[in-house]
Ligand binder design. Structure first.
Ligand code: UT7
Length: 336
């Protein structure tokens, strides 16, 4: 069992910082052409050109039938722990951001904890759809700065392929599966500089999966529904506003951002956000072309790709931004 004694105020860390990153993608990479062929078999017409032009997506990864959200999460977590120095035993908090959990309950975080052999520390899920990782990171940062934890595993993991209606070409071409993770640890040096979280439940109906469990059975339609244009318009507005709010809070400006790492939903949303923040696209980490939209996994996956490719290096200032169903949105500014 971990010792969760209260930390005296005088010794509270000023910051939490990312000690390591990890990512995992299932083996099955599905290109636009392959997906178009699959849909054509069901009488649904789409094309590589349409998907690429409207979204920037060229491929996505689909988990195998026997692969669960927790399996993807564990693979990403192991890589994050390894890149943070390998000391998994010191993890004293596990948060999994997901909307595609293994079960109704217990949380996927508890299942991940068991698979990693880390029994004892608190473990719970955060459900904020595509903003989930930004929400989870902010919760972990708050818990570290109040002394409730000192080394957190924060994971975004999704198997959105399970929610897709392959008769609805307006949504099924957009999403994929994957997981990303970070180890976030207490630090006297930055670290996370500022964050902002928001939600507006008036927009529940623009992006949702209405099915529910009742009497032990699945009731209603458990496939993803989206008003794409409404989501697009909301996203480009809130992503600009929340980035500015976080910069103001941290006493920084757009010019201080080395890398923008936005939720990977659509290249056009990213281009619009970058334009509004006066950032050139070569300061934006883009993985949507290869990964598609992996919801809560997209930001930590993009971060991990950028770290491992050498784009993001220690000392860089990163703006992470999430937006999604709820409607939810948020941003985290940090020195990596
Ligand atoms: O994680 C957050 C969740 N999601 C998002 O961020 C998504 C936000 N929205 C979007 O990215 C875009 O709105 C979409 C990519 C979903 C759609 O792009 P759009 O440029 O807004 O297209 P549209 O909905 O205006 O559709 C244009 C046309 C329509 O045909 P008509 O009515 O002009 O004849 C659609 O039926 O494209 C058609 N269409 C397709 N055609 C081929 C829609 N989906 C497809 C498809 N293949 N897959």
């Amino acid at each position: 069992m971990n010792d969760h004694a209260t930390t005296p105020a005088a010794s509270l860390p000023r910051y939490s910082r990312i000690a390591g990153t990890g990512g995992y993608l299932p083996a099955n990479r599905v290109t636009n052409a392959q997906l178009a062929e699959r849909l054509a078999a069901g009488g649904i017409e789409t094309s590589d050109d349409w998907i690429t032009e409207r979204t920037g997506i060229r491929s996505r990864y689909f988990a195998g039938d026997d692969e669960l959200c927790s399996d993807l999460a564990v693979a990403a977590a192991r890589r994050a722990i390894e890149s943070a120095g390998g000391d998994g035993a010191a993890i004293d908090l596990i948060i999994v951001a997901t909307s595609t959990p293994d079960m109704v309950f217990p949380s996927t975080a508890c299942i991940v904890q068991n698979k990693l052999g880390l029994a004892g520390c608190p473990a719970f899920d955060v459900q904020a759809v595509c903003s989930g990782f930004v929400y989870a990171l902010t919760v972990a940062d708050s818990m570290i700065r109040t002394g409730a934890a000192s080394r957190a595993l924060v994971i975004g993991s999704e198997v959105f392929s399970r929610l897709l209606d392959f008769n609805d070409r307006t949504t099924c071409v957009l999403f994929g599966d994957g997981a990303g993770a970070v180890v976030l640890e207490a630090s006297d040096e930055p670290g996370i500089l500022a964050s902002e979280l928001h939600a507006d439940g008036r927009h529940v109906g623009v992006l949702f999966t209405p099915g529910r469990v009742s009497g032990g059975l699945l009731c209603g339609d458990a496939t993803l529904k989206m008003d794409g244009q409404a989501v697009f318009k909301l996203a480009v507005t809130v992503l600009e506003d929340v980035a500015r709010a976080v910069l103001l809070k941290a006493g920084r400006t757009e010019a201080d951002i080395d890398w923008l790492i936005p939720h990977q939903a659509n290249i056009r949303i990213m281009q619009s956000t970058a334009r509004k923040l006066k950032l050139p696209m070569d300061k934006v980490i883009v993985t949507v072309a290869d990964h598609g939209n992996t919801s809560a996994a997209s930001i930590p996956l993009a971060l991990d790709v950028a770290v491992r490719s050498g784009q993001v290096v220690r000392g860089d200032t990163l703006m992470l931004e999430g937006v999604g169903g709820g409607f939810t949105w948020g941003a985290v500014l940090l020195d990596y």
